[in-house]
Design a protein around this ligand. Structure first.
Ligand code: AMP
Ligand code: MN
Ligand code: MN
Ligand code: MN
Length: 287
C-alpha cells in the first residue's frame, strides 16, 4: 500500500496558525498517513501532536526546521525522526529561541525608526508568547493596514534592504546537522529552490552537508514549481541524497501550500522513508 507523506509542516508552536491537534485533525481529514511536525527552532508542539496523532491513528515523525546561517545566507535544515528529549538538541534550539527574541526586539526598534510603533509587542501578541518570527510581524503589520497580505509585508518591510530587516545570526550547518544526528534523526536540506543559489553554490552546500552526515533534500515542496521538483530530484540522484516531500503548510487559506496536497516523488528518487519501517516508526503500525 502506498502511503501519503507530508514531512514539513508548522503549528502555533512556531509560525503556523493551527494548534498541533488541529493540524493532526486536518492531516487525517486530507488522507495524510505520515506527518512530520517541523516547527521552526522548537519542539514545543511535539507532545500535543503525538497525543493527537496516536488518537487519530496517524503516524507522526517528530521533526524540527532549524534556522542556519551558511554562505552568508539563512537556510533551513529539517530534522526528521528526532528524539525530542535529546539534551544537546534542546539546548541548541533554546539558544536559537533566545536569539529570536533579541532579533525581534531589534526588528521592532528598526520599524519604530520608520514610525511604526509597538511592532515588537504586536508581533509578540500574535506569537502568543511562543517562538517569535518574522511571520508574526507580518501578521501585525497586515492588521495595522501597512500591507494587504503577509507576502507584501515581507517584500516591503522584512527582507534585505528593507526597513525591518535584521541579518540572521543562526546556527552553523555543522551544529544543526550535529544536533539532528545526535538526536537520532535524519537531516534534510529544506526547500532548496527558495535560496536561488547558483549550481556551484548548491553543490558546495550539498558537499559540506553530506560530509557532516546530512542525508536528504526536499524534492517535492510547497514552494517548488514542477520543474524545480524535477531539477532537485536530479540533484538528489546525482549526489546520493534521499528525497523528501513536504508542503511547508502554515495554515489554511494559504494559496500555494495545501496540507498533504503535493505531487508524488519522481520514481527514480529514493524516498527519505525508505528504511523507516524497520528503524524509525513504531513497529506495530506496520504489522
Ligand atoms: P523567520 O524564521 O522568523 O526569519 O521567518 C521565516 C518565515 O517567514 C518562513 O518560514 C515563512 O513562514 C515566512 N516567510 C518568509 N518569506 C516569506 C514571504 N515572502 N511571504 C510570506 N511569508 C514568508
Ligand atoms: Mn514559517
Ligand atoms: Mn523554511
Ligand atoms: Mn517551513
Amino acid at each position: 500500500m502506498s502511503r501519503k507523506y507530508d514531512l514539513h509542516t508548522h503549528s502555533t508552536a512556531s509560525d503556523g496558525t493551527l494548534t498541533p491537534p488541529e493540524l493532526i485533525a486536518l492531516a487525517a481529514a486530507k488522507g495524510v498517513d505520515v506527518l512530520a511536525l517541523t516547527d521552526h527552532d522548537t519542539l514545543a508542539g511535539l507532545a500535543a501532536a503525538r497525543m493527537a496523532a496516536d488518537a487519530a491513528g496517524l503516524i507522526l515523525s517528530p521533526g524540527v526546521e532549524i534556522s542556519v546561517t551558511w554562505g552568508g545566507r539563512t537556510i533551513h535544515i529539517i530534522g526528521l525522526g528526532i528524539d525530542p528529549r535529546n539534551q544537546a538538541l534542546c539546548a541548541g534550539l533554546a539558544g536559537l529561541s533566545a536569539y529570536r527574541r533579541r532579533r525581534a526586539e531589534a526588528i521592532g526598534q528598526r520599524l519604530a525608526k520608520e514610525g511604526i510603533e509597538g511592532a515588537f509587542e504586536g508581533a509578540r501578541a500574535f506569537s502568543n508568547g511562543r517562538l517569535i518570527g518574522r511571520t508574526h510581524f507580518a501578521r501585525f503589520l497586515v492588521q495595522r493596514g501597512y500591507a494587504s497580505d503577509e507576502r507584501e509585508v515581507f517584500k516591503h518591510y522584512l527582507v534585505k534592504g528593507k526597513p525591518g530587516h535584521v541579518a540572521g545570526d543562526w546556527a552553523s550547518l555543522e551544529a544543526a546537522v550535529g544536533w539532528i544526528r545526535g538526536a537520532g534523526g535524519q537531516a534534510v536540506i529544506a526547500h532548496p529552490g527558495r535560496y536561488h543559489f547558483t549550481r556551484a553554490k548548491l553543490l558546495r552546500l550539498i558537499g559540506e552537508f553530506r560530509v557532516l552526515g546530512g542525508v536528504g533534500i526536499e524534492v517535492v515542496s510547497g514552494s517548488h514549481t514542477r520543474d524545480e521538483c524535477l531539477l532537485f530530484a536530479r540533484y538528489a540522484q546525482e549526489n546520493r541524497l534521499l528525497a523528501s516531500v513536504g508542503s511547508d503548510f502554515h495554515g489554511p487559506g494559504n494559496p500555494w501550500t495545501e496540507l498533504g496536497g503535493m505531487a508524488p516523488l519522481p520514481s527514480f528518487c529514493t524516498p527519505i522513508w525508505a528504511d523507516w519501517e524497520e528503524q524509525r516508526l513504531p513497529r506495530a503500525v506496520f504489522e
